[in-house]
Design a protein around this ligand. Structure first.
Ligand code: ZN
Length: 80
């Protein structure tokens, strides 16, 4: 009749052990996830700006480009 009592003690010990292991692997997964998702973020913030002198040939620039631009055809400077 002593067996069920002993089994209960062993199960409690194993449960606390597995909890510790699960906590460790879960933390590792969190560390890896941000590194994998970062390269997938593709910067797609290009702007197309038409120059006032030659508006049929727009200039393609990144969104964080300085305000001063130059026309592709005649090279004259203009602001955005
Ligand atoms: Zn021009």
């Amino acid at each position: 009749m002593a067996m069920p009592h002993v089994m209960g003690i062993v199960e409690d010990g194993l449960e606390s052990m597995f909890r510790g292991v699960k906590g460790m692997t879960y933390e590792r997964g969190n560390d890896i996830l941000p590194d994998e998702s970062e390269p997938l973020v593709e910067p797609n913030d290009m702007m197309i700006v038409a120059s006032p002198c030659h508006s049929f040939e727009p200039v393609k620039i990144p969104a964080d480009h300085p305000a001063r631009l130059h026309c592709l055809l005649c090279g004259s400077a203009f602001g955005v």
